[in-house]
Design a binder for this molecule. Structure first.
Ligand SMILES: [Mg+2]
Length: 397
């Protein structure tokens, strides 16, 4: 990793644009959005049905966890080794631990903390009228770092609270990424304008989905990119996160998968260093229309250890199996590369698209942290409540 020293607490002016009434450009009182598609109808493009509901929010969060858990046993196996171990179809079912749960990894842990950071930032913006969103999400990642056995930063004592940190099942190390650990343990806040390193590992995109549930597409892109840049300073490390969040936001607005992917490509084009992400997304769009096997297609996109490849593989799997959650996540984990992350991102996308009701109940029943994932999904849907309970659950710091 090529760590550059970032300026501590460097600010991006866009994130200070929070008015006295607690509203940001394009967002309403819940901190969410002014939706151009409130009724789920999109004029010339025909009818679009909004997926802003518990079924699709839960599908995104739980679906990601299931993809993550499905891929975990084969993360470091190449495809031929997976086939030798599991047969010609590869791994096709969740492996359940002696505790009776299918275990999630750092991808799902960090996704939960992204969601928590977003809700806490939203609370701060609405209750205090000003918020630097990445700083609050950085605090959430520092809480995740503490769950990995790292000490608290004593000068940030105020950030070690809220309900998620007290969930015992989160206090396990499940293959945390070195880039996330080193960037966060530096105590510095990476930003797009002051990159903390030159990493484009997939640790930024794998945790970005909640930004897509919470913000409208363009804001989701901006926020998720900046949240990923906290730990990943290469454009493909943070723009891949922006593109994923854009796609999920577009899906929640009611767009189909192909249109959402094309929209993400168009949005990427506005940002410096977008070429690798665009190339991988374009491959996903093109290969999903061919008859080659999933493994052949995925091998031409990459192995998924880096952000743009993880995004491309996941989008390919979703586009190739748009009505089949199981088929998509099975395709997403049976390859040479980073199976839990590509499984998690595919599960996020297709879970948001199909909803929890289209995920096998037998998988939902055994996924670790199911109730926590559902709680967080439901809270993302609510967005904000002006009461004491919410303030304790998601303190604005
Ligand atoms: Mg992982």
């Amino acid at each position: 990793m090529d760590d550059k020293k970032a300026k501590v607490g460097s600010k991006n002016a866009e994130f200070k644009d929070v008015g006295p009434a607690g509203t940001m450009n394009g967002m309403n009182r819940t901190g969410r959005m002014r939706n151009s598609n409130k009724n789920g109808v999109n004029g010339a493009a025909g009818k679009r049905v909004s997926k802003r509901d518990g079924n699709h929010f839960r599908g995104c969060m739980v679906g990601g966890a299931i993809g993550d858990a499905l891929g975990m046993p084969v993360e470091f196996l190449r495809a031929d080794a997976i086939i030798r171990k599991y047969g010609p179809g590869g791994i096709r079912d969740l492996e359940v631990s002696p505790s009776g749960k299918a275990l999630i990894t750092d991808d799902t842990q960090m996704t939960l903390f992204t969601a928590e950071g977003i809700l806490r930032a939203n609370n701060r913006a609405l209750s205090r009228g000003i918020c630097h969103f990445p700083s609050i999400v950085h605090g959430a990642y520092l809480r995740w770092l503490m769950t990995q056995g790292y000490p608290k930063f004593e000068d940030k004592w105020w950030t070690y609270n809220g309900w998620l940190l007290s969930v015992p099942e989160l206090h396990f190390r499940r293959g945390p990424g070195n880039t996330c650990l080193s960037a966060l343990s530096s105590g510095e806040l990476g930003t797009i304008s002051s990159p903390i390193n030159n990493s484009k590992g997939c640790g930024g995109v794998m945790r970005a989905a909640p930004a897509g549930l919470f913000y409208p597409p363009e804001a989701a892109f901006m926020m998720a990119s900046e949240f990923a840049a906290i730990t990943h300073g290469h454009p493909s490390g943070y723009l891949s996160a922006g593109a994923l969040a854009y796609m999920i936001a577009a899906i929640i607005e009611g767009q189909d998968l192909r249109r959402a992917a094309k929209g993400a490509i168009a949005e990427l084009g506005k940002h410096d260093g977008h070429e690798e992400c665009v190339e991988c997304l374009q491959k996903a769009l093109d290969f999903s229309r061919t008859k080659q096997t999933d493994l052949e297609a995925i091998r031409q996109i990459g192995e998924g250890w880096v952000g743009e490849e993880a995004l491309g593989i996941a989008v390919y799997c979703a586009l190739k199996h748009p009505d089949d959650f199981v088929g998509a996540v099975v395709a997403a984990v049976n390859h040479d590369g980073d199976s839990d992350s590509t499984g998690a991102i595919t599960g996020n996308i297709l879970g948001a698209y199909l909803g929890l009701s289209r995920i096998p109940p037998a998988w939902v029943d055994v996924i670790e942290l199911r109730d926590v994932l559902i709680q967080v999904a439901d809270d993302l849907l609510v967005g904000y409540r002006d009461d004491e309970e919410w303030g304790k659950k998601y303190p604005g710091c």
